[in-house]
Design a protein around this ligand. Structure first.
Ligand SMILES: [Zn+2]
Length: 54
């Protein structure tokens, strides 16, 4: 799995990130880095709220 360290350095997940922050972070993350997928739990929540993942 490729990790984009430079991106991670600049984009830290905030502590106690709320749902929207996590969604935003993962949306950006997957464009720039493939070190890990969006967690299934978060995907479920996104689906429940009708947020589409491209
Ligand atoms: Zn990453």
């Amino acid at each position: 799995m490729a990790i984009n360290r430079a991106w991670h350095e600049k984009h830290r997940m905030p502590k106690n990130a709320n749902f929207e922050q996590r969604v935003k972070w993962h949306m950006e993350h997957r464009k720039h880095c493939q070190c890990r997928p969006i967690p299934a739990k978060l995907l479920e929540e996104m689906n429940a709220k009708g947020i589409k993942t491209p």
